[in-house]
Write a protein that binds this ligand. Sequence first.
Ligand SMILES: [Fe+2]
Length: 241
Amino acid sequence: MYDIHAHILPGIDDGPRNKNESLELIIEASRSGVETLIATPHMKDVNEKRSVKYVRELLKSLQKDVKELKLNISLKMGMENHLTPNSPAMFEVGKSLPINETNFALIELPFFGYPNYVDDSLAQLQKNGIIPLLAHPERIELIQNNPAKLEQYVRKGMISQVTAGSLTGQFGQEVKSFTEMLVTEGLAHVMASDCHRPFGRRSPDLYVGYQAAARLVGEAKAKMLVYDNPRSIINGTYEGY
Ligand SMILES: [Fe+2]
């Protein structure tokens, strides 16, 4: 499986607190069948506390450890970019990062409300050649209140990433049912773990999400969510938008 939303870098955001925890998390991801993990630290934390250069070094160091531990998992750079009026400029100056140097970028909409910059900022990103991959729309109030909004974004060429834990009930029954609806209606293109810790409710176990999706829409469609689609996004060749 290919996990394109994962907080694996130590001491940057609310993910692993130290390198041991990072490695534990990566080992757990590998055990669950993940072969590629995209590190997606929060953009705000990276730039306010450290820098893009610093997190690239952190990733390099983890890649070295993974090699030494002979783990069959590849780590690549990404970022979880919360949407602001400044987002297009942040990409231009390299403070926001896409997924693995492709045109696809993980974008987090505001959790609450519907600030007036949202649509303009998304449109500007697209104009600049970035394809927004909307992070966990099932947890975003704007989409929860109005799923047709997500449909509209998808029609405009954006893609959507649901979180495995949402489908397994880690965020409550309401989020679970809503996620089931998105998956059934084809409004979810990718499933990722959005892992923060090696164990518990924000673990990297993407396989349980795959199983839940398979029960819902069958194995072939579930495989698209955790394998085919994220793989082609990471390679920059995804065309389903
Ligand atoms: Fe996240």
